[in-house]
Design a protein around this ligand. Structure first.
Ligand code: SAH
Length: 190
């Protein structure tokens, strides 16, 4: 039997939203369990995956009480605009489009013309050229150490690394902070 069209349209929209959320979770899980090179390959061979990932990402973050990228933007606005920023896994470049600083925005696929397309394990910046490196919900990839060493390489001595990540992603935050110390990052605030 035909349901009233308003009701079936609403049902269809709800089903589509759930399907999108499921596909997002699946791709997200792939990104967290493969190397950054495999992630690059995934998005190159399947551009639809990237599109789904980003729609799902925006949907999920939209439900949170606070989007961490806004907190990072507020922090940057309180600091001198002369500081150079590198945004690893920049997505749609919310940081670059919200602050006056020079921001290098890196991602696998250009969601915005501000993006420099590259694997964040190997960014086209010279050593010690950045004051603040940001990983906002982007510290993914099983080659984390390589990625963080890359951030360390481009950061100036005494520069700042900012990481925002979902708490459930950490098995042991203390172990993470200790591992970061071994890579040369002193914990300033958590
Ligand atoms: N930082 C943005 C987007 C977070 S979503 C924000 O907070 O709004 C995570 C982003 O990391 C995605 O855009 C994804 O494409 C990117 N990403 C994942 N692996 C990457 C890699 N190896 N190199 C560059 N970007 C990567």
């Amino acid at each position: 039997g035909a349901a009233p069209s308003g009701r079936s349209a609403a049902l269809r929209a709800r089903m589509e939203e759930r399907l999108l959320a499921a596909r997002f979770r699946y791709i997200n899980q792939q990104l967290y369990t493969s190397t950054s090179r495999e992630a690059a390959q995934l998005f190159q061979t399947d551009p639809e995956a990237f599109e789904i990932y980003h729609r799902g990402f925006a949907q999920q973050v939209g439900r949170w009480p606070e989007n961490p990228v806004h907190r990072i933007i507020r922090y940057l606005r309180r600091r001198p605009a002369s500081l150079v920023v590198a945004d690893f896994g920049c997505g749609d470049c919310k940081i670059a489009s919200s602050v006056r600083n020079k921001v290098h925005s890196f991602d696998l696929v250009p969601l915005s013309p501000l993006v420099t397309v590259c694997d964040m394990a190997k960014v086209p910046l010279v050593d010690e050229s950045v004051d603040i490196a940001v990983f906002c919900l982007a510290l993914m990839g099983t080659n984390l150490q390589e990625i963080l060493e890359e951030a360390n390489r481009v950061l100036k001595q005494g520069g700042t690394l900012m990481v925002a990540e979902v708490a459930s992603r950490f098995e042991d935050i203390r172990a993470f902070v200790n591992a970061m110390a071994q890579l040369g990052f002193k914990s300033v605030s958590k």
